[in-house]
Design a protein around this ligand. Structure first.
Ligand SMILES: [Zn+2]
Ligand SMILES: [Zn+2]
Length: 247
């Protein structure tokens, strides 16, 4: 089966807490390489980690907030002008992805969405509950609870016999039990330590549900300054920019 390497390229919240980059993970598997979420600082993170961006076959996104998709216009711009990409790129995420990306590109770089790229960009809008092949990985989205204008997902990713699960932003929902079931690795938001707010998950709530999450390894991410200041008190494993896990 070969090794699957999961790199935490960016593990921050949208506001740069702790000096961390926006959310982005890179998965290198024998079958291929892909990104999971692509926040606005993704290009900085890829260069910091020495990751070959032309080898990335797909970008999968959980939901359509800037700290999860804001790096895509830069990725496309770089691929066209600097990296001279020729391989096709698949971008997959919730319904509304194609329209939101077109508008994001037009705001950030007027005309970019109309430029004929040297490489094919294929946009796939994933249906909740339906397992779909995206480049090298099989993706099953689970709808979660996070107001962002379009349906937000947690993603279950199956590649080369490994199962990776990831929840971006959501308040607690039993969908997290389903997405994490039998996963080798589950990466989950822990925004505040104990403050409960709509749309986001706090550490205390996640910890209270730990026994229901039947995953081999659980790593917390997307942490605010409040959460980062309490890391010495937590029992769950925290993510950090540049951390690598061989699954
Ligand atoms: Zn969000
Ligand atoms: Zn976020």
């Amino acid at each position: 089966m070969g090794e699957v390497t999961f790199t935490f390229v960016g593990t921050g919240d949208p506001l740069g807490s702790g000096g961390r980059l926006h959310t982005c993970f890179h998965v290198a598997a024998p079958s291929g390489r892909f990104l999971v979420d692509c926040g606005a600082t993704t290009m900085t993170g890829l260069k910091r980690e020495g990751i070959d961006r032309n080898a990335i076959e797909a970008i999968l996104v959980t939901h359509l907030h800037g700290d999860h998709i804001g790096g895509i216009p830069y990725f496309v711009l770089d691929a066209q002008l600097v990296a001279k990409r020729t391989a096709p790129l698949v971008i997959a995420g919730p319904p509304g992805l194609a329209d939101r990306l077109r508008r994001a590109m037009d705001v950030m770089f007027p005309g970019l969405s109309d430029v004929e790229q040297r490489f094919e960009i294929r946009i796939v809008e994933l249906e909740a509950g339906r397992r779909t092949a995206v480049g090298p990985v099989d993706v099953t989205p689970f709808e979660v609870v996070h107001a962002c204008g379009d349906p937000p997902y947690a993603l279950r990713l199956e590649v080369d016999g490994r199962t990776l699960a990831y929840s971006g932003d959501t308040e607690w929902t039993d969908a997290l039990i389903d997405v994490a079931r039998d996963a080798n690795l589950f990466v989950c938001e822990s925004y505040f330590y104990e403050k409960e707010i709509p749309n986001h998950l706090d550490y205390r709530t996640l910890w209270a549900h730990r026994d229901e999450l039947e995953c081999d390894r659980l790593v917390i991410t997307h942490m605010s300054e409040d959460m980062l200041s309490r890391l010495s008190e937590v029992e769950l494993e925290p993510a950090a920019d540049g951390k690598r896990i061989v699954v």
